[in-house]
Design a protein around this ligand. Structure first.
Ligand SMILES: [Zn+2]
Length: 181
């Protein structure tokens, strides 16, 4: 199970049952036997940035679970009523307090196993001083040979960093679509 199953109807509060709807659908859905509402569950978007300063990138040491104490690129769940770019910028500001300018879209990572899509923009830092929020223990810059590869919080972050440094060496940035299996 990707997430905790839905227990109660969002519309009327009755206990739901998981079954295939009678409308030609092929997947089990949480269905309310009282008001017949079908609850569809879809992937969540995680949005963030690769903030860079010269040949270094900014990583944040997580002050929250999961992966407390591990390093990540600034990223988090996209909110309603914002674009991917707006969400990526918001998360970067919240987690690092960095001043930056958003650049091109960089990576899209499907994590189908847990029902998530992660997306990263490149961001050019305008200053090398940071003011991280409560979610971050420490925000600091790392050159490629300083990256704590064994202490990276998420596979999507590791894959994005590897491609970022490879593109940087090649002299141009591509857009990367990656399936995490
Ligand atoms: Zn209901």
């Amino acid at each position: 199970m990707l997430r905790n199953p839905i227990k109660h109807c969002k519309n009327c509060g009755a206990a739901v049952v998981y079954r295939v709807p009678d409308d030609g659908d092929t997947k089990d859905r949480a269905i309310c036997p009282a008001c017949h509402t079908v609850h569809y569950e879809n992937p969540l978007n995680v949005v963030g940035t690769v903030p860079y300063w010269g040949d270094k990138v900014l990583l944040c040491k997580r002050n929250i679970e999961p992966r407390w104490g591990k390093w990540t690129l600034p990223a988090g769940f996209m909110e309603l009523n914002e674009t991917v770019a707006e969400g990526a910028a918001r998360e970067t500001l919240e987690e690092s307090g960095a001043q930056f300018e958003l650049e091109g879209f960089f990576s899209l990572l499907n994590v189908a196993r847990v029902g998530q899509v992660h997306m990263f923009y490149r961001a050019r830092l305008l200053s090398d001083t940071f003011n991280p929020g409560f979610e971050t223990i420490e925000a600091r810059l790392f050159a490629e040979d300083e990256i704590p590869w064994d202490e990276i919080a998420f596979r999507t972050v590791k894959e994005t960093l590897e491609r970022y440094f490879a593109d940087r060496r090649a002299g141009y940035f591509s857009i990367h679509a990656i399936d995490i299996v």
